[in-house]
Each structure stands twice: as structure tokens, then as C-alpha cells.
Write a protein that binds this ligand. Structure first.
Ligand code: SAH
Length: 410
């Protein structure tokens, strides 16, 4: 049996929805939740399911997951899901990034799950290394096919030297899939491997599969360029720095001083290497510390900064977390406001999908009010265009940021 056989009708699961539960799919929302399902039949081990309304009309075909609350991720709505149509979706997604790759930038997200119509698939390209994340059991069964399609499409843009599957993901644990990262090409199993990438002309070390995300936060590319453009002569504090993406950009933009703060020692080691790779005139301070404590300490010392970047991890991992997360965002932004010199700038982010832009703005408002600082929004930020959000699946919108001009205390 080959992967292609898994597309055959007799190999598929058939999911029958309960009466009245077809609205989301008719609106082309791709997630079929178990609660909407009346019964299932056919191959339990299927890669692909056809989803039918209670009247027996096919609404979508997509990736099947017997164990997941999202039992099926709809991929094809009008037409059937075939190897050709899946390959075409992947190729279309990859080609849409062609203009982002050039002399200054050699790393992009090639496929962004629902935003590219392939729910459950993420692929990042790091200067020739393809890093793939598969978060659906059904899609996992098609992985050889998908990796081939990705590799072929990526090769139209740039040479591909290595392919790795980033498997150590919470979503995969829930699906009962392997959590062991795997180099399919160009690396050893379990081996540490580094890639040197270029973003907006700056160089960064990326260790695919290690650290956060697939190794680097490609979604912040445009926002780093913005920070670089406003950094000249400023004292910069980069909170939750990870490997120094914003700090290196600020230094390249002529910042006077750059302080990187992250709780992860390996991240700070890479931040140092990234600064070394991009020599600048900035005075550097690299700090391994808890951000909440460190910002309080800096305040007690009477420090001030002209530009503060706050880019925390997702504090809200689920809906139930939102209140606790809101308190976290409020506190860290309050501490940040306290450290911005009058006339300075705060660039603050939330990447929690469960915290809406509205809620995030309210949280930042309440932090500003508690700090008793004038603050005006000068810009709203989001993820870069290689992280598209499907109009049918607004849940895909996660990163939001505000650039604030911070005034006197009054
Ligand atoms: N701005 C970064 C990405 C930040 S990711 C970039 O552009 O690349 C979030 C980072 O927050 C991670 O590196 C993680 O190690 C760090 N982190 C999580 N909790 C923290 C805490 N309490 N204090 C300091 N850093 C923390």
C-alpha cells in the first residue's frame, strides 16, 4: 500500500454530523468537533475523512484524527481531496512566499496551517533547512507525500539541503503521535544542527527543533525591521528576548545600548552569538533572569530606557487561562511602563490566540493607568504576511502588538 492509496474512497472514514451541526462547515470553517458528530463509519485508521451533513451531503474532506477533539480538519470544500489537490495547495502556499525571499532574507514560513488551507501543517524554511510540523494524526499518515510536495515546491524558490520533522509538540502529544524530532535529510537523528539564516540583512543562528517554535520567530520579521528603524541613539530593553531578534535589530539600527532579558540560559547564549555575528556600536547587556523580577529590580535601581520591547510567550494556552494570562500581561506591561523614559516608546505584544486585540488593548490601558503614564498608540502590529489568517478561521489570528509613545507621569 502506498500513501496515495489512503486517498481512495474505501480507505476513508465517513463522518455523519448531527442535524443542525453543519453551519460551521458551510461557512468553510475547517474544524469538525467530536460534539457535532452523530456517527462514524469506515476505516478507523483512515488518513482522510469525508464529512457529511445529516442529509448525507458531503461538506468537506480532510485529515482524520480518531483521538482528537477536532476529529477532522477540513481541507477540500467544493471539490474532492486528491493527491493532486493537496500537492497544489502546498505549492500555491510556497509560491506565495517567493517575493519574501531575496538577498536580505533567506528564511520564511512556507505553510501556515489554516491560513494556507492546510489545517494541521506548518513548514518553516531556514536558509535551506525545511522544518515541518504536523499536528494531525491523519496528516501524519501522509507525511512522506507531504514532505515530498513541500520539498519540491521549496526547491522552486531555493536549494533545500535538509528536512526535519519538529515533533516535540503539545498538539502531537494529544494526538498520540511520536514526540521525537526526526531529520529526514541532511542531519542525524537527534543530532544538534545549526543553520545560519539572514533576516533583513542580519544574521542569526537557528537550531531547528531546539528552543522555541521551529527555532526562530519568523512572524516578527517586519516588526523587528520597524524596531530597527526607530532605535537610533536609544537605550533599548528587550524583554523576553529569546535569541535576541529585536535586540540585534535595534543594535543594527544604531541603538546606544541594548539589554536582552530571557529566563532561558541557552536562549541568552544564542543572543550573545547573534550580537557577535552582527557587530554594532551598541553597549550590550545580556541577562538570564525572570522578566517579572528583573524589571522590578531595574526600577528599584532607577534605570530608564527609551525603547522597551515586551514579547512574552503565550500566557493563555486555553480559554480557561485568559484571566490568569490577563493578570500576567497587565503586570509585565505595568513594569515596562515604569521603565520607559518620558518621550520613549513601548512595543508590546501578545501571541495568545485566546486574548483578542480588544482585550489586549484594555490590558495595556489598565497597565498605563496604574503606572500613571500618558500613552498613545502610534501603530498596531501583527504577524508578517507569511503567517496569513484564513477569513473562515479567525482563530488563526494570534500575534498582536501595540507601539505606544509614552509620556510623562501625571
Ligand atoms: N521576542 C523573541 C521571541 C520571544 S519568545 C524573538 O523575537 O525572537 C518568548 C521568550 O520568553 C522565550 O525565549 C522564553 O524563554 C522567555 N520566557 C518565558 N518566561 C519567561 C520569564 N518569566 N522571564 C523571562 N523570559 C521568559
Amino acid at each position: 500500500m502506498t500513501t496515495l492509496d489512503l486517498f481512495a474512497p474505501e480507505m476513508r472514514r465517513r463522518i455523519h454530523l448531527r442535524p443542525g451541526r453543519d453551519k460551521a462547515l458551510k461557512n468553510r470553517h475547517p474544524w469538525v468537533f467530536d460534539g457535532a458528530i452523530a456517527r462514524e463509519e469506515g476505516n478507523r485508521d483512515a488518513a482522510i475523512a469525508d464529512v457529511l451533513s445529516s442529509e448525507g451531503v458531503r461538506l468537506t474532506s480532510g485529515f482524520y484524527s480518531a483521538k482528537s477533539q477536532i476529529r477532522c480538519r477540513g481541507i477540500s470544500f467544493s471539490d474532492d481531496l486528491t493527491p493532486e489537490s493537496l500537492r497544489a495547495k502546498i505549492a500555491t502556499a510556497v509560491r506565495a512566499r517567493a517575493h519574501l525571499l531575496g538577498g536580505d532574507t533567506d528564511s520564511v514560513r512556507l505553510v501556515h496551517s489554516e491560513g494556507d488551507g492546510v489545517s494541521g501543517l506548518v513548514a518553516d524554511f531556514y536558509a535551506g533547512t525545511l522544518v515541518v510540523e504536523i499536528t494531525s494524526a491523519g496528516l501524519e499518515k501522509l507525511r512522506d507525500f507531504v514532505v515530498d510536495a513541500l520539498r519540491d515546491a521549496a526547491r522552486e524558490l531555493a536549494p533545500v539541503f535538509a528536512v526535519m520533522l519538529e515533533n516535540d509538540l503539545g498538539a502531537r502529544r494529544l494526538e498520540g503521535l511520536s514526540l521525537v524530532d526526526e531529520w529526514i535529510e541532511g542531519g542525524e537523528v537527534g543530532g544538534e544542527r545549526e543553520t545560519l539564516i539572514r533576516e533583513n540583512g542580519l544574521r542569526f543562528v537557528v537550531q531547528p527543533g531546539a528552543g522555541q517554535k521551529t527555532g526562530f520567530f519568523l512572524d516578527q520579521r517586519g516588526n523587528r525591521a520597524m524596531v530597527r528603524a526607530i532605535a537610533r541613539g536609544r537605550r533599548v530593553l528587550n524583554v523576553f528576548s529569546y535569541t535576541g531578534g529585536f535586540g540585534v535589530s535595534a543594535a543594527a539600527g544604531g541603538a546606544a545600548t541594548v539589554e536582552e532579558v530571557d529566563v532561558s540560559a541557552p536562549a541568552i547564549v544564542l543572543a550573545r552569538r547573534n550580537h557577535e555575528l552582527n557587530p554594532s556600536g551598541a553597549t550590550l547587556e545580556l541577562v538570564t533572569a525572570d522578566a517579572f523580577e528583573h524589571l522590578r529590580k531595574r526600577r528599584a535601581e532607577g534605570r530608564a530606557y527609551d525603547l522597551v520591547v515586551v514579547d512574552p510567550p503565550a500566557f493563555a494556552k486555553s480559554k480557561g487561562d485568559v484571566d490568569r494570562a490577563a493578570r500576567g500581561y497587565k503586570d509585565i506591561n505595568l513594569q515596562a511602563f515604569n521603565l520607559v523614559a518620558p518621550g520613549g516608546t513601548l512595543v508590546t505584544f501578545s501571541c495568545s490566540g485566546h486574548v483578542s486585540s480588544d482585550l489586549f488593548q484594555k490590558i495595556v490601558f489598565s497597565a498605563a493607568a496604574d503606572a500613571r503614564r500618558d500613552a498613545s498608540i502610534v501603530r498596531r502590529l501583527g504577524a508578517g504576511e507569511d503567517h496569513p489568517v484564513s477569513i473562515y478561521c479567525p482563530e488563526g489570528e494570534y500575534l498582536k502588538g501595540l507601539v505606544l509613545r509614552v509620556g510623562e507621569k501625571n
